[in-house]
Design a protein. Structure first.
Length: 102
């Protein structure tokens, strides 16, 4: 049996260019009520930062009004934002955490 040209065309691999998924920045926003120690705890627990990194980001949030906690694919970023907001509310703090496309 010989393969026809149409069969040979079907058997060749098609190169499909796949783009990496879009990434999202997770941002903490400053407020006048959430204690700095709590922000550091959030950064350590949810973003696996050490004390020094967490303190640096907390000070950036405090002085500039916003700080980047990390950059993740959409589903991970969304989950982390929800976790931080829920943890903040449970602990009665108004800390705001949002995500935006990178």
């Amino acid at each position: 049996m010989s393969a026809s040209k149409s069969d040979a065309a079907l058997l060749t691999q098609k190169k499909v260019e796949q783009k990496p998924p879009p990434l999202y920045k997770i941002l903490l926003l400053n407020d006048d009520f959430t204690p700095m120690d709590f922000v550091i705890e959030v950064l350590k627990v949810f973003f696996s930062m050490d004390q020094e990194q967490a303190t640096r980001i907390m000070l950036k949030v405090h002085t500039e009004g916003v700080g980047v906690c990390g950059i993740y694919p959409e589903d991970i970023a969304s989950t982390k934002v929800k976790q931080v907001v829920e943890f903040s509310r449970i602990n009665q703090h108004p800390l705001r955490c949002v995500m935006e496309e990178n």
